[in-house]
Ligand binder design. Structure first.
Ligand code: 6R9
Length: 646
C-alpha cells in the first residue's frame, strides 16, 4: 500500500512552538532528564508554593506510585481564571453558541471570574468543603464550566456526568462518589429538542437520600417541579452571596475531579485526577499540540461530560488564557453547515472533533461547507478513535483547505491528556496514525508473552513510565486500578489498545483488545449493555459485541436468548432498546438485536464473544478456532438465523 505523507507546512516549521529539531532535542531531554524537563514545563502555571520534587513514580509489580510535583501547592481555578481576568478582564473567555441559531452569549474573563466566585460562595453556604464531591449534570452551557471551576476554587472535587446519560446512570455515578450536592438544569436543548434534565435528576435522587441540595440552572425557563428544602434556583443562590472568593491552595496531589468511564467489567470506573500534574500536562500539551498562540480562538466540539472537554475544551485552554467557543447543539441542526457557520462567525483558528462526526458530515457532501469562509482555521484535531484515511483526507482538503495540519491525538480518560500525536510544526502527518509520543511519554509494544517488540511490529500498547496527567486511582477501588492497568504486563501501564509501529516510529492504533466497544468515540463496556438487556424479564441471556459501522466506527450488536416460553417479536425488540436507553442512555442503543436459541460457550460456560464478533462483522464462514465451542450446532444455528434475515 502506498502511503501518503503530509509534510509540515513551511510556515509552521518557522513559527511553531515546537519544530522537528526542537522536538527531537526536547523529547530526548524529557526521557533522559524528566526532572528538568517537567520542572520547566510546570512554569506554565502559577504555583502558590513552588514544588521541590518533580516526580516520584514507579510501576514495579509490588509498588505502583504516581506522584508529581507533590509538595507544590496551587489552585486550578486561579490558574484558569484569576490570572487572566487580572490583565484582560474585558476580553472574551467563552463565546457561547446555543442550540438555537442566533442565541449567543459572550462571557468575559471578569464575568466568568465573578460567577465562579459567587457559585463557590453559594457552595460553601451549602456546606461544601475541601475534599467533598459535587456532581454536575448540565448541558453545554457556560454554567457547567463555572460549576467545575467553582468546585476546584474551594478544593471540592467535581464529577461531571454527561447530560445524555439516563437517570439510572446518573444515580450510579452520584452514589459512587457520594456527592451531597448536585448541580443541574431545568432542561437541556439539543437539535431543537428538550432534554428533561431536572426530571432525570429527580428520578435519580429518589433512592439517594444523602443528596441534600440541588442547584438548578434555568436554561429553558420552562416549568419543572422544585422540591422544597432540597432544590434551589442557581441564579437565586448566586444573587445572595458576594462575588469575591479567595481560591484555596491545595496540594498538587489533592484530587481535582473524578470522571467515569466504561471498563470491560460492569461498573463504570471513577478515574480520579489530581491537581498539579493534570493541569501541567493539560496546559503544556494544549499549547504544543495545537500550536496555540495568544489570540487564537479554540473550538472543541466535545460535550462537557467527556474527558476531551475537561482537558482540551476547559482546563488546557483556560490555563493558557485561550478564548473558547462553547457550542450547545449538534452539527446537523438546523442543517449540516452548523459547525462551519460557527467557525466562520467566530473566526475559529483551532478546531478539534471526533472522526465519527467527520464521517457523518462527509456524507452530507461539500455544499454545506463551501457556503462558509473557513480561512481562519490553522490547526485541526481528531480524537476518540482511529481516523480512517478517507475521513482524514476529506477533513484535510474540504475543511482544512489543504493547508491545516491534522493532529490525531491518542489518549484516554485515564491518561488525562495526550500521549501520542503529531505535533503540527514538528512532524509530517500520515492519515490514520497518531504519530509519535508526546514529551516524557515512553510507549512500548508488548507481545502476548510480555516481551517488547523492537522496531516495526504490533503488540499491546503499553507505557513504561508515568506522565503528569495520569489518573492516580479508580475512586474507592485501588485494587481494580492495579489489576486493570498494571497486572497484564508487570512494570508497564497497559492501555487496553493494540497498536502497530511503522518503520518511521509512527504508531497506528488498531483498536481495543478488551471487551470495550468504541461507539462514535465513546467507550461502552459490552458487559454494561448485556446487563441492561438481561434485566428484561423475558431475557435469559445476552451477548454484546461491536461490529464495523460506517459512521459510528463501531456499532452495537446484541445476541439475545429468551427465557423458555417467551416469544420473539418486534415489540420485544423495541422494549429491549428502550431498557438499554433507560439504564445507560441513548448512546448505548443497540444497532442490531438478533435472537439466538443459545449462545456459543466454551466448556466452562464462558461466552465466546470472539466468534460472535466475526458473525456480527458478516463473516459467516471463518470463525477462527472453534475447538473450544461446547456445542458447534449453536454457532450454525445463529448463522442460519442471520442469513435468513432480509
Ligand atoms: C480521549 C478519549 C479512550 C479510547 C482509547 C482508544 C480510543 C482515543 C484515539 C483512539 C485511535 C486516537 N482512542 N483517541 N484511538 N486514535 N486518536 O477518547 O478518551 O473516551 O477514555 O477513550 O479511545 O481506544 O483507549 P476515552
Amino acid at each position: 500500500m502506498t502511503q501518503t505523507v503530509f509534510p509540515v507546512p513551511a510556515s509552521l516549521e518557522a513559527s511553531a512552538h515546537v519544530n522537528a529539531e526542537t522536538y527531537e532535542a526536547l523529547y530526548r531531554q524529557s526521557i533522559d532528564d524528566p526532572e528538568t524537563f517537567w520542572r520547566e514545563q510546570a512554569q506554565i502555571l502559577d504555583w502558590a508554593r513552588p514544588f521541590t520534587q518533580v516526580k516520584n513514580t514507579r510501576y514495579s509489580p509490588d509498588d505502583v506510585t504516581i506522584e508529581w510535583f507533590a509538595d507544590g501547592r496551587l489552585n486550578a481555578s486561579y490558574n484558569c481564571l484569576d490570572r487572566h481576568a487580572a490583565v484582560r478582564g474585558n476580553e472574551a473567555a467563552i463565546l457561547w453558541e446555543g442550540d438555537t441559531p442566533g442565541e449567543t452569549k459572550r462571557i468575559t474573563w471578569s464575568e466568568l471570574h465573578s460567577e465562579v466566585s459567587r457559585l463557590a460562595n453559594a457552595l460553601k453556604k451549602l456546606g461544601v468543603k475541601k475534599g467533598d464531591f459535587v456532581s454536575i449534570y448540565l448541558p453545554v452551557i457556560h454554567q457547567s464550566i463555572a460549576a467545575m471551576l467553582a468546585c476546584v476554587r474551594i478544593g471540592a472535587v467535581h464529577s461531571v456526568v454527561f447530560s445524555g446519560f439516563s437517570s439510572e446512570a446518573l444515580a450510579g455515578r452520584i452514589e459512587d462518589c457520594r456527592s451531597r450536592v448536585l448541580i443541574t438544569a431545568d432542561e437541556g436543548m439539543r437539535g431543537g429538542r428538550y432534554v428533561p434534565l431536572k426530571k432525570n435528576a429527580d428520578a435519580a435522587l429518589e433512592g439517594l437520600p444523602f443528596v441534600e441540595h440541588v442547584l438548578v440552572v434555568r436554561r429553558t425557563g420552562r416549568d419543572v417541579p422544585m422540591k422544597t428544602g432540597r432544590d434551589r434556583w442557581y441564579d437565586e443562590a448566586l444573587a445572595e452571596v458576594p462575588d469575591t472568593c479567595e481560591p484555596v491552595d491545595v496540594s498538587a496531589e489533592d484530587p481535582l475531579f473524578v470522571l467515569y468511564t466504561s471498563g470491560s467489567t460492569g461498573k463504570p470506573k471513577g478515574m480520579l485526577h489530581t491537581t498539579g500534574g493534570y493541569l501541567v500536562h493539560a496546559a503544556a500539551s494544549f499549547k504544543a499540540m495545537f500550536d496555540y498562540h495568544p489570540g487564537d480562538i479554540h473550538f472543541c466540539t466535545a460535550d462537557v461530560g467527556w474527558v476531551t472537554a475537561h482537558t482540551y475544551l476547559i482546563y488546557g485552554p483556560l490555563a493558557n488564557g485561550a478564548t473558547i467557543v462553547l457550542f450547545e447543539g449538534v452539527p446537523t441542526w438546523p442543517d449540516a453547515s452548523r459547525w462551519w457557520q460557527i467557525v466562520e462567525t467566530y473566526k475559529v483558528n483551532i478546531f478539534y472533533t471526533a472522526p465519527t462526526a467527520v464521517r457523518s458530515l462527509m456524507r452530507e457532501g461539500e455544499e454545506p461547507v463551501r457556503k462558509h469562509d473557513l480561512s481562519s482555521l490553522k490547526v485541526l484535531g481528531s480524537v476518540g478513535e482511529p481516523i480512517n484515511p478517507e475521513a482524514w483526507l476529506w477533513y484535510h482538503e474540504v475543511i482544512g483547505g489543504g493547508r491545516c495540519p491534522i493532529v490525531d491525538t491518542y489518549w484516554q480518560t485515564e491518561t488525562g491528556a495526550v500521549l501520542l500525536c503529531p505535533l503540527p510544526g514538528a512532524m509530517a502527518q500520515k492519515p490514520g496514525s497518531a504519530a509519535r509520543p508526546f514529551f516524557g511519554v515512553r510507549p512500548e509494544l508488548l507481545s502476548s508473552d510480555g516481551t517488547p517488540v523492537e522496531g516495526e511490529g504490533s503488540g499491546s500498547l503499553c507505557f513504561a513510565d508515568s506522565w503528569p496527567g495520569q489518573a492516580r486511582t479508580i475512586l474507592g477501588d485501588r485494587e481494580r486500578f492495579l489489576k486493570t492497568y498494571f497486572s497484564a504486563y508487570p512494570g508497564f501501564y497497559f492501555t487496553g489498545d493494540g497498536a502497530r509501529r511503522d518503520a518511521d516510529g509512527y504508531y497506528w492504533i488498531t483498536g481495543r483488545l478488551d471487551d470495550v466497544i468504541n461507539v462514535s468515540g465513546h467507550r461502552l463496556g459490552t458487559v454494561e449493555v448485556e446487563a441492561a438487556l438481561a434485566s428484561h424479564p423475558a431475557v435469559a441471556e445476552a451477548a454484546v459485541v461491536g461490529f464495523p459501522h460506517e459512521i459510528k466506527g463501531q456499532g452495537i450488536f446484541a445476541f439475545v436468548t429468551l427465557k423458555e416460553g417467551m416469544a420473539e417479536s418486534h415489540d420485544l425488540q423495541s422494549d429491549l432498546v428502550r431498557i438499554v436507553r433507560a439504564r445507560i442512555g441513548p448512546i448505548a442503543t443497540p444497532d442490531r438485536i438478533e435472537w439466538a436459541s443459545q449462545l456459543p460457550k466454551n466448556r466452562s460456560g464462558k461466552i465466546l464473544r470472539r466468534i460472535l464478533t466475526r458473525i456480527a462483522a458478516g463473516d459467516f464462514e471463518n470463525h477462527g478456532d472453534t475447538s473450544t465451542v461446547a456445542d458447534p450446532a449453536v454457532v450454525a444455528d445463529i448463522v442460519r438465523r442471520i442469513q435468513l434475515q432480509p
